[in-house]
Design a protein around this ligand. Structure first.
Ligand code: KG4
Length: 329
């Protein structure tokens, strides 16, 4: 069978990325231009600045992706671009660029959901992984337990009612003075501490999550006791979150009878959370999958992979495609 090459374009937040992926699984190139150092100055992503930087970077990043894959635009079978969820001005840059490329080259345009992309990162890391499986999506904008019924068919089993896990990490990190991006900094600091500070565990019904109470408790504690050991605070926060995530994952496994669980999204790069999920694997005969670290956070290879599965399903878009900032799975 002829190979299928998909060009992926990602610009939903502060990474401009273009990738070429073969048959949904093999990465030929995955060029990522991150704007972290620019937004660091402001303590978080500034949407207007993100959009301007995407405009400046998208063409050179695209050329570099084709060069590294050693192909020409003509060799591509389809163009997949993230059209949501994300920052509207940032998304529009990738969507407009993909539409122009599609119009000029005659190649099909594949509108791709960013969340589907995070799930698909696992297909790149595990060449034999096939649905059905469960996904725990933990990123900056989303926290969801998802039943992946098929490559393009999903059922949300539970979701956060307030903050996403990554958002809680970032907000706590900012208040305790770690700066942006908070998640990786909290991860490093927690390694130097002991999880010996008691924090509230927030339970909601079913498989939904809630993290804003925990976040507020940590922030209040830091305000009340300014010289509190920050490493212990970070370790306690992380432990609390890992316990909730694991409890809910076990519940979802029990309810569905599905014992394969794939982590996805930026927070799945967290070393403590990965370590705790590995233990679950040893104790319960559960298979746990994690994307390799560079595929956990935003990148276009995961978009090209998700795009591939939509392409073979015939999910092709026309040039009226628009960005959808609050797109759901
Ligand atoms: O998936 P992602 O790149 O963007 C979204 O699609 O939302 O996730 C970014 C989030 C940020 O909140 C960041 O702080 C968090 O992932 N993150 C981490 C780690 N690396 C990234 N959180 C905890 N530990 C990490 N090592």
């Amino acid at each position: 069978m002829k190979d299928t090459l998909i060009l992926g374009i990602e610009s939903s937040c502060d990474e401009t990325s273009v990738a070429v992926v073969k048959n949904g699984r093999e990465v030929l190139s995955n060029v990522i231009n991150t704007q972290i150092s620019i937004h660091e100055l402001y303590g978080g992503v500034v949407p207007e600045i993100a959009s301007r930087n995407h405009v400046e970077n998208i063409s050179p990043v695209m050329k570099e992706a084709l060069k590294q894959a050693n192909i020409k635009l003509d060799d591509i079978d389809g163009i997949a671009c993230t059209y949501g969820p994300g920052l509207v001005g940032a998304l529009l840059v990738g969507v407009a660029y993909a539409k122009a490329l599609s119009y000029a080259s005659g190649k099909p345009l594949i509108a791709t959901n960013h969340i589907e992309g995070h799930i698909a990162a696992n297909y790149i890391t595990y060449k034999d992984l096939k649905p059905p499986f469960l996904t725990l999506l933990i990123s900056g904008g989303n926290t969801q337990l998802v039943l992946v019924k098929d490559y393009t068919e999903f059922e949300i089993l539970g979701k956060t009612r307030d903050d996403a896990v990554g958002e809680a990490f970032d907000k706590v990190a900012r208040v305790i003075g770690l700066g942006y991006p908070g998640g990786p900094k909290m991860d490093n600091l927690a390694k130097q501490g002991e999880p010996n500070i008691e924090l509230p565990k927030v339970h909601v019904d079913g498989l939904d999550f809630s993290f804003s109470g925990l976040k507020t408790a940590v922030i209040n504690l830091h305000h009340k006791i300014p010289d509190i050991n920050k490493a212990n605070l970070a370790a306690s926060f992380e432990k609390n979150i890992a316990e909730i995530l694991i409890e809910h994952t076990k519940k979802a496994i029990k309810e569905t009878g599905i014992t394969k669980i794939a982590l996805a999204g930026g927070v799945s790069a967290n070393s403590y959370i990965r370590q705790e999920f590995s233990k679950l694997q040893n104790e319960k005969n559960i298979e746990v999958y994690y994307p390799e670290l560079k595929l956990c956070t935003d990148n276009a290879a995961m978009i090209a992979s998700a795009g591939y599965y939509n392409f073979i399903k015939g999910n092709i878009s026309d040039l009226t495609l628009n960005a959808v900032p609050n797109l759901k799975l």
